[in-house]
Design a protein around this ligand. Structure first.
Ligand code: AMP
Length: 202
């Protein structure tokens, strides 16, 4: 079982790939964005606190996010492996995740960076705005999210590169192709698909 993390700008395809990889590696995909969206939809206290930040394309404060992820990672299905999508996004969140993993005698096996050109990403998100009606996919908000990514999240790539766990993947092209690229790159690092992976995942 592996502990993996997907990192990349909004619109790079993290959510899509996370679901596919989770199925292939038999680990839960944990998306902080999805968890926040479902809290907003259900009007929970957390959702009410997160809503304005999300709509503006800003990061939800670390205190809320760290709390949420600490509880989620402590659930039994994440004990032996997980795929994080959209977390950590700030250096404070990296510190929090490190602390959690150290406390459990665990570490990340790989950090998968989905590399995508900003212009392509903006185009993809414009399409998603129409298809899925996500209010934070509005063009001005998208540009702000990209800026937040560059300022707050991109620096994490060097941190993980320095630890020798970074795997860079070209995120452009066919969805299947990108999944195959990730699986091949992970295999090269000794992270193999489980023998019991369900058939037809790819
Ligand atoms: P995503 O689905 O990953 O693009 O996330 C959608 C929105 O949820 C982001 O723009 C943030 O407002 C919020 N969010 C998701 N993950 C995090 C995180 N790790 N830290 C702070 N805010 C987050």
């Amino acid at each position: 079982m592996s502990r993996l993390l997907l990192i990349g700008p909004p619109g790079a395809g993290k959510g899509t790939q996370a679901v596919r990889l989770a199925e292939a590696y038999l680990i839960p995909a944990i998306s902080t964005g999805d968890i926040f969206r479902s809290n907003v939809k259900n009007e929970t206290p957390l959702g009410k606190q997160a809503k304005a930040y999300m709509e503006a394309g800003d990061n939800v404060p670390d205190s809320l996010t760290n709390d949420l992820i600490r509880h989620r990672l402590a659930e039994p299905d994440a004990e032996h492996g997980f795929l994080l999508d959209g977390y950590p996004r700030t250096t404070d969140q990296v510190r929090e995740l490190d602390e959690f993993l150290n406390g459990h005698g665990a570490a990340l096996d790989a950090v998968i960076e989905l590399v995508a050109d900003p212009d392509v990403v903006v185009k993809r998100l414009r399409k998603r705005a129409i298809e899925q009606g996500r209010s934070d996919d509005d063009e001005a908000v998208v540009r702000h999210r990209l800026q937040v990514y560059r300022e707050q999240t991109e620096p994490l790539i060097d941190v993980y590169d320095g630890r020798g766990v970074l795997v860079k993947i070209d995120a452009l092209g066919d969805i299947d192709e990108v999944t195959e690229r990730i699986i091949a790159a992970l295999a090269e690092r000794g992270i193999a698909l489980p023998d019991t992976a369900p058939e037809g995942v790819l």
